[in-house]
Design a protein around this ligand. Structure first.
Ligand code: FE2
Length: 450
């Protein structure tokens, strides 16, 4: 692949407190899909070093905001676009009816069907700047249809997107028993043997507390034995006594895998009292646990047993962030039995988060991209190869804004996505011209994946 110089990038790293300090624009030299150099006045510096800069294709980014690609750290690709299939409609809007509706209809899906639906969802996310997705795959199915489909898709689409797959027992590790006596735990382990990246669980859905606690022990044990990451649907309930996150943090910490562990949802922390959280946060911080929040999904699903006042059902993102605990975001659903909307627009997910978590000081807004970028990469355990620095893959996106504040304020679209030095799409032909046959400009309002 030829060399490309991207010039005039307003780089927002996502690091807290850095968004306002990048007044001078920077340039990015890409060689063979890798960031060969990055910095200010790069053409002059390279020319001074004898680099044949005049032979490099140049793409002027026009001072637009550039950051690493967005991460969607919580998505169910096997469920997407199933909300309208017969029998799948969730009439109460609760999490538990969603699980019931899915349980009654999932046997009708095929590998080809899952792949086709998931591919459409991935393309939607790509066009919103996502290049890294953690998807759960329901393994409480004796045929493991979801997992087979997503493992194939992961390989087929790796040039466009990095997918992590969670071996996820949607109907429980010990509450689900299959037709041949296999438990959800058995199927989770089979999913790991087949190649899933993460161990999943759903302790608050298990039939009793003992099953929930047992599932957490099993999750940590499996992750240690198979050397995998952990992502648990944890305490996704308004019940403030659902406290599996403390057991998860304690066991993962003792096993030395806290930073490889994610607690998803943790809605119960939105209902727990402050005295409990005061004690808990020390454990969470020491364990270096990651959190994945799905603000739109849980705003819709939670509080369903409340009249008024009605709880928000969102975990304590502001307080966790202030403690230095990593929080990332997820779309969670696209038109499935749990949530009838969802289009992969992570800027919309961020917008909801800033509102519902009451995180709108100017500093919090300036730092907001961290939830979609570096925090996501930290959750995924990919931080080493993620940041925009020399030697890393040339993966980045361009937003139609000149500052993080403008991007958040205007809910700006992603107008270019670059992966391994290759432009996947552009949205605005005013900044995109043909350079060295590296880029194809798409008509305005007609984005497409190249
Ligand atoms: Fe989920």
């Amino acid at each position: 692949m030829a060399s490309i110089l991207f010039t005039n990038a307003h780089i927002a790293t996502g690091e807290r407190g850095t968004s306002a300090s990048t007044a001078m624009l920077q340039d990015i030299l890409v060689e063979d899909g890798t960031i060969a150099a990055i910095g200010k006045n790069l053409p002059d510096r390279l020319a001074a070093d004898g680099y044949a800069i005049d032979r490099v294709g140049v793409i002027d980014l026009g001072g637009k905001l550039v950051c690493p690609p967005f991460c969607d750290t919580h998505l169910h690709l096997d469920y997407v676009f199933t909300s309208r299939i017969p029998g799948a409609e969730n009439t109460t809007g609760t999490l538990f009816e969603g699980i019931q509706r899915w349980s009654e209809t999932k046997a009708t899906q095929t590998v080809e069907d899952v792949k086709a639906r998931a591919k459409t969802a991935i393309e939607k996310e790509l066009l919103h700047g996502v290049q890294f997705i953690r998807s759960h795959a329901d393994v409480t199915d004796p045929n493991l249809t979801s997992l087979r489909a997503l493992l194939e898709l992961k390989e087929e689409m790796h040039d466009l997107v990095t997918i992590q797959i969670v071996s996820f027992p949607q109907e429980g590790m010990y509450s689900y028993v299959g037709p041949h006596g296999e438990t959800g735990a058995d199927l989770v382990e089979e999913g790991l043997r087949m190649g899933a990246d993460c161990v999943g669980g759903i302790p608050h859905f298990e039939q009793c507390r003992e099953f929930g606690a047992r599932s957490i022990h099993t999750i940590v044990d499996l992750a240690s034995r198979y050397d995998r990451l952990i992502d648990v649907h944890c305490d996704e309930t308004d019940d403030p006594t659902s406290r599996y996150v403390e057991l998860l943090a304690a066991l993962a910490s003792q096993a030395g895998i806290g930073p490889m562990t994610t607690a998803s949802h943790t809605c119960s922390l939105g209902s727990a009292d402050n005295a409990y959280f005061f004690h808990l946060k020390k454990l969470l911080k020491n364990a270096q646990l990651n959190f994945a929040c799905a603000p739109t999904e849980n705003l819709y699903l939670q509080g369903r047993q409340d009249t008024y006042p009605k709880r928000r059902g969102i975990t304590r993102v502001k307080e966790l962030t202030e403690e230095g605990i990593n929080v990332s975001l997820g779309q969670d659903s696209m038109q499935d039995p749990w949530y009838p909307l969802g289009n992969g627009n992570m800027m919309l997910i961020l917008d909801y988060l800033l509102h519902v978590a009451q995180m709108m000081s100017f500093t919090e807004i300036d730092d907001a991209l961290q939830f979609l970028t570096i925090n996501g990469a930290t959750t995924l355990g990919m931080r080493d190869s993620y940041d925009l620095k020399q030697g890393n893959p040339a993966n980045f996106i361009v937003l139609d804004a000149s500052s993080v504040f403008e991007a958040v304020y205007e809910r700006c679209p992603v107008i270019r996505s670059v992966r391994n030095g290759r432009t996947l799409f552009t949205r605005n032909e005013t900044i995109c011209k043909h350079y060295a046959d590296q880029v194809i400009a798409c008509p305005h309002d007609a984005p497409g994946i190249l």
